[in-house]
Ligand binder design. Structure first.
Ligand SMILES: Cc1cc2nc3c(=O)[nH]c(=O)nc-3n(C[C@H](O)[C@H](O)[C@H](O)COP(=O)(O)OP(=O)(O)OC[C@H]3O[C@@H](n4cnc5c(N)ncnc54)[C@H](O)[C@@H]3O)c2cc1C
Length: 441
């Protein structure tokens, strides 16, 4: 059996040219020709014990089998294998950091198989060929379930429960479905028509959506729990972490999500993003598209190593430096835009408007394997980063839920704290199974 992973290299670049994608606002990734990706699929070792499936993907996708079917041009089989496990692969294959690739066996010595790109090709092919149909159950059970929140966890729970024959209504406080898929993740990572397409399929399969319905405000959770046989709370993590430093009340300081949803413009601004994660990176991408004058992203943590840190040995998700498409768009090859080991001290301003942030350097104590343990300020290291737009991207608070009725379940970020789309979907799917068992009692 030829070892294609040794002779075929992983494709180096998955993105369209920077200037093109900054201009057109479309999804940043290129669409690959199927034969080129089939070659990539042939890099899969088809491991007897696939870690991508077991240790990597929270949905336990049938990765090696899907890769093999795709490589052989059997797209129908590839779609069947993929959709058996992943209820909305069109989302995961665009926004997932690809936990599967972090535990791909090939990645022990070489670049991992392009599992996410292959998944995207399979899923796009299935939609283009109208294989994805409304999934209405043959028989209804007569049981009713209310789902609170139409983010990925709520959508996955609704899909699973509806398929099992229960009658599902999704209550969503926003005017449209998607949760952070729509109101967080920018369209250059995920085109919003894909959410509309999925919701249309769900409606056609018998799931009802009520928009503008804020549970706790417009109607109570208790009411839902009495009116429905079960309730799934999938309302995410609505509260962003604040930075209550002196000067916080100056104008020009926004939470990242408000900025990402059009609450401020970065055009010609000196943008400072506080927080080095995904949300911060999305702010970099939007700022670049709005032609900011300067973009800086700061992080209190140390700069991760370029290669997998020994603190996260294979098959764990590697702790290492990740440079996103947005960073490249802002001219960052890993060094220009981002700065590490910086703690914000105070916001500075003039005439009520922010003009910069005073920061101090910190030094980290690392574990023997390189995991950051604790930090201490570096004396006399204070500097000022000028900024007239400051974006707070320091994550979200885990909500506290105390349910008094046994027919209320929580799923996704609402249950587990801020995480990933794939984990929210996996949790929504799992909760559908738990609710089904509860309803069968
Ligand atoms: C800017 C940003 C970028 C991200 N990028 C990525 C990424 O690239 N890849 C990735 O995997 N993850 C990413 N994430 C994380 C990911 O989006 C979340 O983990 C995921 O969306 C959580 O899904 P969820 O369904 O649990 O919650 P959410 O997506 O937050 O959905 C919750 C839904 O509940 C609704 N809701 C809330 N309260 C109520 C109420 N009282 N009544 C009715 N409805 C209510 C909300 O309006 C929302 O629609 C990102 C997060 C952010 C903020």
């Amino acid at each position: 059996m030829p070892k294609f992973f040794e002779t075929i290299a992983r494709l180096p670049d998955v993105y369209r040219p920077v200037e093109e994608r900054l201009r057109d606002q479309q999804e940043v990734e290129r669409k690959f020709m199927l034969p080129l990706l089939a070659q990539q699929a042939s890099r899969c070792m088809e491991c007897g014990i696939p870690f991508c499936h077991g240790a990597g993907c929270p949905l336990e996708n049938n990765v090696p089998e899907t890769n093999a079917a795709f490589r052989d041009g059997d797209y129908a089989a590839a779609w069947k294998l993929l959709s058996e496990k992943s209820p909305m692969p069109e989302f995961c294959s665009r926004v997932c950091p690809a936990l599967c690739e972090g535990s791909c066996t090939v990645s022990l010595n070489l670049e991992p198989v392009m599992i996410r790109q292959i998944e995207k090709a399979v899923s796009d092919y299935a939609f283009e060929h109208h294989w994805v149909k409304p999934d209405a159950p043959e028989k209804r059970t007569g049981k009713t379930v209310a789902v609170v929140g139409a983010g990925p966890a709520g959508l996955a729970a609704a899909l699973g429960l509806n398929r099992l024959g229960h009658t599902v209504t999704v209550f969503e406080k926003r005017p449209q479905a998607g949760g952070l898929l729509r109101y967080g993740i920018p369209k250059f990572k995920l085109a919003k028509e894909l959410i509309d397409r999925r919701v249309a399929l769900m409606e056609a399969s018998g799931i009802d959506f009520e928009y503008g319905a804020a549970v706790g405000d417009d109607l109570s959770l208790n009411y839902l729990a009495k009116r429905y046989d079960a309730v799934v709370v999938a309302s995410g993590t609505p509260s962003p972490r604040d930075l209550p430093l002196p000067g916080r009340d100056l104008s020009g300081i926004y939470f990242a999500l408000d900025f990402l949803n059009g609450g401020a413009s970065a055009e010609n601004k000196q943008v400072l993003i506080i927080g080095g994660g995904d949300t911060g990176s999305d702010c970099v991408g939007i700022s670049a598209r709005q032609r900011a004058a300067a973009i800086t992203q700061i992080e209190i943590m140390p700069k991760p190593p370029v290669e997998r840190s020994p603190s996260t040995p294979w098959p764990q998700w590697p702790y290492k430096l990740r440079t996103s498409s947005s960073h490249y768009e802002a001219g960052d090859d890993g060094h220009n835009v981002r700065r590490w080991n910086l703690q914000s001290q105070k916001f500075l301003g003039e005439n009520g408007k922010v003009t910069g942030v005073e920061v101090a350097a910190v030094e980290w104590e690392l574990s023997p394997t390189g995991r950051p343990l604790k930090f201490a300020p570096v004396p006399n290291s204070t500097t000022v980063i000028p900024a007239d737009l400051v974006l707070l991207a320091m994550g979200f608070l885990k909500p506290e839920h105390k349910f008094e009725r046994e027919n209320i379940f929580a799923a996704g970020d609402a249950a587990n704290g801020p995480s990933l789309v794939v984990r929210a979907i996996a949790d929504g799917k799992k909760i559908a199974g738990r609710v089904d068992k509860f309803l069968a009692k």
